[in-house]
Design a protein around this ligand. Structure first.
Ligand code: ADP
Length: 932
């Protein structure tokens, strides 16, 4: 049968082309086989044809898109046959082309290939294939990462298709993964570092905290010892050294405390120690500390305290005080004029606590905005120049801020350069339930009429508020004149003022003058209380009559209660006219009225000389070189009693200046005293040769300087009690010129002449015996004992003021540290014999003079006490390091029952004030007595 079917493109009679499906049967053919008769149908399939073409085109388009995707793509149908994919898919998964040569690539064939090539590790191929293919039969949305053995990391995600099967995309995330891993590693390292750093920082802070603590302990010992040292008798120079050491030690301790606090805070070790406290007491103590900081600055430190604040509070008062001391101290430090005000306001009540606002305001240099933030971080100051100008560590505020934070507050600063600063914080402090009714300021017992005289408006106002809170009726005036007028106006009536509070320093009439006039006007019934910003020193140099004008005296800042106390005390019947017992009467001024010219190029020395000499009543003029000195003394109007001339000065030295002065007839006898840092004989000679009268050493020893000045101005003929202050300072000087420094030794012995005389006498035996003892030791070759003997003798001699003996003993001790040649030994022994003879005579002489000078010199002959009693007494005194032990020793020595015992070791120990071994000797003696 001859059928046909074909698609042909034919031209329509209308001229357009149509696709036709021709379909029929050939009935006959020509001889050569061409169709002759056909019957069939023609179906127009143009539309279908177009649709097919469209499909093909979109297929092609799809493939192009797929091929150009930035990721791999695969599509499997419901039978898990691969129906679409791109080259990226092949390359990303490392699939060879031949897998795709034949159509009908399946999911399974791909997985199997992968499994066989180790893509899934060493697992059994069939198992893996079954597993994966099994899962793929029920496809779902998926997204996972796959790490290929070749290092490529793939992110695979996919979704099921509507008719079954699924589509997947593959993205190479190797780079991203690597970056991410690196980042993670970095992060980890960073975390570790941070943790390490934190650990180290904590450890360091702990270390510093512990160290500071460790250092503080001996520091306290040093300070304690210095206190003790102060209680012994010291020469002025030693006292000066001790004072300076104490100042240095105190500042060191302050610094240590700061560091300790700071590191404690940083190490999280600082804990508050809250307790019940009285705000009033805190402020009283603070007043003492702050006013001491003011020194001679022209500023006022004031309290401005809300009367409504309860007194009994609960909190860490020491830390609160520390913060206020710091803020107040800073304010004073950075303020040249004006005032520093500590104000405390009650701004609310929270449960059982009062919310208080503390603010310290000054009128000082201020802090620039850019510095305000970092002044609170440790070790930082507003400006680098601050340290140079003001000192400090930059720790104070950092500590304050942390302390305030620990108390639940926030320390903030408001400041304007040149205007001043306010540091403030708010904290809540619990109030004691029972005390909550009791305000800090309790009304005074008596309603007084009070007049306040102060030229500072801030001070006036805060005083007024405080006084009124006490229940007194008060007015305030700004000047002495006004005060006088007010008091006078009310003098007669029942309105008369009972109390006047006078500021010490005022512009018009000063406080003292005001007091004098007030007293004249109002008589004794008026209580006059003086307030000063400058400490009690203002009373020094006031005559007793002047001081007697006052009924009371207070140093600012003051709390109302301080005012109440001083006024009530002043008005109490038993109060005498002057309640200033604690004020020492100033020592007599030894240079009263003496006109002294000081020439020195060193500012410090000038200041020291000026202060020391003015304190003694001298009228001091100062110049800074020799030329000025000459001009000054030549000036007609200047008549000086004496010139203190530094030797080395710029422009013109002291020698030349002296020669110039001496050339003037009328100045030939003007006393000129050289000040030399060096007391060498050659120096002294040069001074004398230049025409100077004497010399004093630098740094000054006030007593020596005063004595020298007095001597040369005819106020004194002989130096103090010293027989001679200086031992010969030239080596090889004749030993016969020795003297005993009686005054110095007496000072050291607390002025106890009797004990001293007895010690001198008792030492004589030892001194005399020493020559023979030395000879014995040396002939035995026992250098150690010889050296020890000299050592003991040196101590005894130094205590007794036998300076030459002490010096020679020291030299001998040194010499004996090593064995000597025979001729050296002989020389030493000879020398010593001569020396002992002379020195013994000197000592005896000194003892005799003392005995004669003593008012009632009676040696104890009888003693009713038992030997044990006297020994016990001595031991007790020794334990207390009491100088009276010297006398007690004499009693022991002269006790008939003890006389036969060898007391020399005990005596030697006491003579050198080695109390510890003395105690041991006493105990041994007591045992020896028992055994008898
Ligand atoms: P210190 O005073 O020991 O340097 P502080 O932490 O107490 O350390 O203060 C840090 C800095 O803040 C100071 O050096 C100063 O520059 C500045 N400062 C603090 N208080 C004041 C103030 N009242 N007025 C001006 N500057 C201040």
């Amino acid at each position: 049968l001859d059928y046909y079917e074909c698609e042909v493109r034919m031209r329509h009679k209308n001229g357009h082309w149509v696709w036709v499906l021709a379909h029929g049967r050939v009935y006959s053919r020509t001889a050569d086989g061409k169709p002759e008769w056909m019957a069939g149908t023609h179906l127009d399939i143009t539309a279908r044809k177009h649709a097919d073409e469209e499909l093909l085109r979109s297929h092609a388009m799809m493939q192009t898109i797929i091929d150009n995707l930035p990721c791999g793509l695969s599509v499997f149908d419901a039978d898990l046959k691969l129906v679409a994919h791109n080259r990226t898919f092949r390359s990303l998964l490392g699939l060879p082309d031949h897998l795709f040569d034949t159509p009908g690539t399946t999911f399974e064939s791909i997985i199997r290939y992968n499994a066989e090539h180790g893509e899934y590790g060493n697992a059994d191929v069939d198992t893996v294939v079954n597993q994966i293919v099994g899962r793929a039969r029920t496809p779902s949305h998926h997204r996972f990462e796959r790490q290929r053995p070749n290092g490529v990391a793939l992110e695979v995600s996919g979704a099921p298709l509507p008719d079954g099967g699924f589509v997947s995309t593959y993205i190479d995330v190797t780079e991203r993964k690597r970056a991410q891993t690196q980042l993670e590693a970095l992060n980890l390292a960073l975390q570790e570092r941070t943790a390490q750093a934190e650990q180290a920082s904590i450890a360091k802070s702990r270390f510093v905290a512990n160290m500071s603590h460790e250092i503080r302990t001996p520091m306290n010992a040093i300070l304690g010892m210095l206190r003790l040292l102060h209680n012994t008798s010291l020469t002025p120079r030693q006292l000066d050294y001790a004072d300076k050491t104490e100042v240095a030690a105190r500042s060191l301790l302050g610094l240590l405390n700061d560091i300790l606090d700071f590191s404690k805070i940083e190490a999280g070790k600082l804990e508050l120690d809250p307790r019940h406290f009285s705000l009033e007491t805190l402020l009283r103590e603070l007043s003492v500390i702050l006013s001491a900081n003011v020194r001679d600055k022209n500023i006022e430190v004031l309290y401005d305290i809300d009367p409504a604040i309860p007194n009994e509070l609960f909190g860490d008062d020491l830390r609160l005080q520390q913060v206020l001391i710091n803020l107040g101290g800073n304010a004073i430090k950075f303020t040249e004029r004006g005032e520093v005000v500590l104000s405390i306001r009650k701004i609310g009540v929270v449960n059982d606590a009062v919310l208080l606002r503390f603010a310290v305001t000054d009128t000082g240099i201020g802090i620039a905005p850019e510095h305000q933030e970092h002044i609170f971080s440790g070790f930082s100051q507003a400006e680098a120049s601050t340290t140079r100008r003001f000192g400090g560590t930059g720790l104070g505020l950092a500590i304050c801020q942390r302390l305030v934070a620990a108390m639940g507050g926030d320390l903030v600063v408001r400041s304007e350069v040149g205007q001043g600063s306010t540091f403030s914080f708010e904290i809540a402090l619990p109030v004691m339930a029972s005390a909550s009714q009791m305000p800090m300021i309790q009304t005074a017992t008596e309603a007084l009429r009070v007049l306040i005289v102060d030229d500072n408006p801030v001070a006036r106002e805060s005083l007024l508020v405080g006084v009124q809170a006490l229940g007194w009726r008060a007015e305030a005036v700004a000047s002495g004149e006004e005060a006088l007028a007010s008091v006078q106006a009310r003098r007669a009536g029942s309105n008369a003022y009972q109390v006047v509070l006078v500021d010490y320093l005022m512009n018009d009439m000063n406080g003292w003058q005001t007091c004098v006039r007030l007293r004249e006007v109002a008589g004794p019934s008026l209580s006059i209380v003086m307030l000063t910003a400058h400490g009690r020193e203002v009373l020094n140099g006031r005559t007793e009559t002047e001081q007697a004008l006052l009924d009371g005296f207070l140093v600012k800042p003051v709390t109302p209660c301080m005012l109440r106390d001083v006024v009530e005390h002043a008005r109490s019947p038993k109060a005498t006219t002057m309640q200033l017992a604690s004020i020492k009467t100033p020592p007599p001024k030894r240079l009263q009225g003496m006109r002294v010219l000081v020439a020195d190029d060193n500012a410090n020395n000038r200041q020291i000389a000026r202060e020391l000499l003015s304190n003694e009543g001298a009228i001091v003029s100062i110049v800074s070189d020799g030329k000025q000195a000459v001009e000054k003394v030549e000036a007609a109007d200047a008549a000086f009693d004496v010139v203190l001339m530094d030797v080395q000065m710029p422009v013109m030295d002291g020698f030349t200046a002296t020669q110039r002065i001496r050339q003037r007839v009328n100045l030939a006898t003007l006393p000129i005293i050289a000040m030399t840092a060096n007391a060498l004989a050659s120096d002294r000679e040069a001074c004398l040769a230049a025409g100077m009268n004497d010399h004093v050493g630098k740094p000054f020893d006030l007593d020596i300087l005063v004595a020298t000045l007095r001597r040369h101005t005819g106020r004194e003929t002989a130096p103090d009690t010293d027989i001679a202050v200086h031992p010969s300072d030239e080596p090889g000087a004749p030993m016969t010129s020795t003297n005993v420094n009686v005054a110095g030794a007496l000072k050291r012995l607390g002025g106890n002449q009797g004990a001293y005389a007895r010690m001198l006498r008792s030492s004589l035996t030892d001194v005399r015996a020493s020559a023979e003892q030395l000879a014995r030791h040396l002939s035995a070759g026992d250098y150690e004992s010889a050296s020890q003997l000299m050592h003991t003798l040196r101590g005894v001699a130094a205590t007794l003021g036998a300076n030459v003996l002490a010096e020679r003993a020291a030299r001998a001790e040194q010499l004996l540290a090593a064995p000597l040649a025979p001729d050296q030994t002989a020389a030493l022994l000879d020398e010593w014999r001569v020396l002992v003879k002379e020195q013994a005579a000197e000592i005896e002489q000194a003892a005799r003079e003392l005995e004669v000078a003593m008012p009632d010199h009676t040696a104890p002959v009888h003693d009713d006490a038992t030997p044990h009693q006297v020994l016990d007494e001595l031991t007790t005194l020794l334990r207390e390091a009491d100088m009276a032990a010297l006398e007690a020793y004499e009693r022991v020595r002269s006790h008939p029952a003890i006389a036969r015992v060898d007391l020399r070791p005990l005596g030697a120990a006491i003579a050198v004030l080695d109390f510890e071994s003395a105690i041991a000797h006493c105990e041994r003696l007591a045992r020896a007595l028992d055994e008898e």
